[in-house]
Design a protein around this ligand. Structure first.
Ligand code: ATP
Ligand code: MG
Length: 373
């Protein structure tokens, strides 16, 4: 289980250390930092998967991601992402590419100073340090330590060895693990992180993939954009039995029945609703109904991830569905750890009560996200 997340220097998160439980409910007003927390978890996932630089680039680059507030004179302009997962601790520190490393570049433009060219690389991340340690009978044993220049690791016997891989300065050492049997703890950390799943708002406009028939393929995992929603629902029905999906739909929308339609290898759903003479197709469903069905497919997945992260699931979802959503989360929490953010106090209250946890309250103070724990 992910028991602690520490983030500093990242967007509005100047410094935050959050103890997490089987279900963590994060409540905060607009702009309090919920999505930044969500993105910090997604960045750790990207680092483990080898897409750290491109993920940072997609969100505007390092310069945009660095905390924009005032720093102490000697404080480095760094982003720190750290976590405790089972008995392992992981820490990744990122900063700007140093000028002296650019000096090594062969390309020189005549008459221009290299300082000027340094500006071109302000958005590239440079890993300043990376560390993995294991808790052994209350003592932290370092399994891997990386500085800007050096990587040292310990093998299964606990003996320090040179890490056999050269990774670029923007790549996590977890990315390039080629001999996992020599580093089982690092391999476990990497695969645990890579099992995390993220969902943030499903498009429901008229051009959305959720409104068209989809290719019918075995889909135990809902895509992050929901583009295989109907196949994912059919897969849940096939593995867990059709009653599970039907009951979950009826729990949210009393009297409503979901049916699957298959035509030319394409799958679609229709909803039979009380008071209507004919069923409604996906193109005709409301935004909130589609949004909820996607959450349902994400939470009932027959292949649960290590961590399921839902960012602001209340989008378009009416308060009358919060109870059913909370029940889905309670059910999912039996198989997976859940991290859910919301700006909706009522949803946070219902999910927290159903899961018997206290919500984490976020607030922005002087431009920095703070939490009540
Ligand atoms: N580099 C940065 N340094 C400091 N603050 C930043 C930086 N980048 C973004 N922010 C601020 O972070 C704040 C929190 O953003 P975030 O998107 O996490 O809010 P949120 O809680 O998800 O809000 P909403 O409910 O509106 O989605 C915003 O007010 C934004 O201005
Ligand atoms: Mg947000």
């Amino acid at each position: 289980m992910l028991s602690r997340l520490t983030v500093s220097g990242y967007r509005s998160i100047k410094n935050l250390a959050l103890p997490l439980s089987a279900v963590s409910v994060v409540l905060g007003a607009n702009g309090s930092g919920k999505s930044n927390l969500y993105r910090s978890l997604a960045l750790i996932w990207s680092a483990a998967g080898g897409t750290l630089a491109s993920s940072l680039a997609a969100e505007g680059g390092l310069a945009s991601a660095l905390w924009a507030g005032r720093r102490h004179k000697n404080e480095d302009d760094y982003i720190t992402l750290a976590l405790e997962l089972d008995d392992l601790s992981y820490e990744l520190v990122l900063g700007r590419v140093p000028l002296d490393s650019l000096m090594g570049m062969s390309y020189k433009a005549s008459g221009d100073s290299l300082e000027q060219f340094n500006q071109f690389f302000l958005n590239d991340p440079d890993i300043k340090s990376e560390m993995v340690s294991v808790d052994y009978r209350g003592k932290q044993i370092k399994l891997l330590e990386r500085t800007s220049r050096n990587i040292s690791a310990r093998n299964m016997d606990g003996r320090p060895i040179e890490y056999p891989l050269i990774v670029s300065s923007s790549e996590s050492v977890l990315t390039g693990l080629r001999e996992p049997h020599l580093f089982p703890d690092l391999a476990k950390l990497r695969s645990d992180i890579l099992s995390w799943r993220f969902y943030h708002h499903f498009r429901t406009d008229f051009q959305s993939p959720l409104r068209e028939p989809q290719l019918s393929t075995f889909s135990p995992v809902l895509n992050d954009d929901g583009s295989n929603l109907f196949a994912a629902l059919a897969t849940i029905a096939a593995i867990e039995g059709p009653d599970l999906v039907r009951q979950a739909v009826a729990d949210a929308f009393p009297g409503t029945r979901l049916e699957f339609l298959l035509s030319d290898g394409l799958i679609e759903i229709e909803l039979h609703q009380p008071g209507l003479e004919r069923p409604l197709h996906t193109a005709e469903l409301s935004d909130g109904t589609l949004q909820y069905l996607a959450l349902l497919a994400a939470l009932l997945t027959p292949r649960p991830p290590g961590l399921l992260v839902l960012n602001e699931p209340e989008t378009s979802v009416h308060a009358s569905l919060y109870g059913a959503l909370a029940r889905l989360i309670v059910r999912a929490a039996k198989h997976t750890q859940i991290f859910v953010t919301t700006h909706c106090a009522e949803l946070a209250k219902q999910v927290a009560a159903a899961c018997k946890v206290e919500p984490i309250l976020l607030e922005k103070v002087d431009g920095a996200t703070t939490a009540n724990r």
